[in-house]
Design a protein around this ligand. Sequence first.
Ligand code: S3P
Length: 430
Amino acid sequence: MEIEITPLKSIDGEITVPGDKSISHRALIFGSLANGQTKVYNFLTSEDTLATLNILKSLGVDIRQTDSNELIINGEGLHSFCEPLDVLNAKNSGTTIRLIMGVLAAQDFYTVITGDDSLRKRPMKRVIEPLSKMGGRFYGRKSGNYAPITILGSKNISSITYHSPVASAQVKSAILINALYANGVTTVIEPYKSRDHTERMLRYLGANILEKENIVNLEGPAYNLYGKELFVPGDISSASFFLVASLITKNSSILIKNVGINPTRIGILKVLKMMGANIEIMNERILNNEPVADLLVKSSKLTAVEIKGEMIPTLIDEIPILAVAATQAEGKTVVKDAKELRVKETDRIKAITDELRRIGINIIEKEDGFEINGKQKIKGNCICESYNDHRVAMSLAIAGLIAENPIKIKNFECVNISYPNFLETLNSLI
Ligand code: S3P
């Protein structure tokens, strides 16, 4: 589906954004590993999370969708899974394939897991290496790095101390999930702290897990996980498109309610505030170990920033939309240390530089980021590629709001990966 975005003057209103994608995946997986019933509210129903849901069903878990955004999972504990009849398909979802590998490595059966064209090109060794050390056996394409991956799980999982070369919550979570089955304490040490939804949810459900800065310790075996009610906060990654939309359009004001503001995810808020954004964080509260707030955002004059180092994991998914904000900021915005963007749903450094250039922006591509001189005009009048990457597609749509001419975006249905109602929400603000 190709869409056309026409420039507009201002946006205004109150919205909610869909449930957090990372937390929705974890609710499904941990609810399945726990004993008893888990009720999930404000679950994100999207292509990525449905991939996780369908895989868990194929592994024999009783999961029922009771409403569009509500689920009941009848968990029967760590050893309740059965060998699936067919190949498991994680579709476009890195979180699905990597976290589920943590589960499968500890099952005494044979599985094959694959994904779509994009996922089959993404590196899996980062997960396979630690999980193999813990006892599972893995076979994949190109020396074991790429899906489809065959997994021969083990009944005897060993605890480990693992220094992860990348700050990746998917890697950390796969190890911690596998460690639920191990005897003793597993330790994961990251170069910088990545998002900690796994740690928070596992602790909430009863696991013995401790975090200190970039080090996590989990004591297994975790037979003491019990199902509970889980409320999924709104996804700050989805909210960020509307934060930037409101900032860069004139006379705009948006209230976004119930957004997750986990400290490992709020790099976008910190950077936008450093850029001069008028964002008020209101009504802060804690829901099942996750902080939540309402965000009031108003049009602002932005100035350039440098984004690098330990900030990067806290805003990794928001860099495409930050690039759009940077086109309107006074001065040169520099993004570095973000090489991980090259192994996301698409090579996001290349995608964002190519497509911003197409709409009229001067941007310099670097190996680990990019540089943008601000205060540029977005000319539009072109057809953009989305590369089937949801975050690239939505970032370009927001850029289109302030273009001089309409822009078209190809394959816009890819927003169904994380934000099926994106256009409806945008239209409600016009
Ligand atoms: C995610 C972790 C991040 C993020 C992805 C979701 C998660 O990936 O980019 O969208 O839910 O654990 P990495 O672990 O590759 O950094």
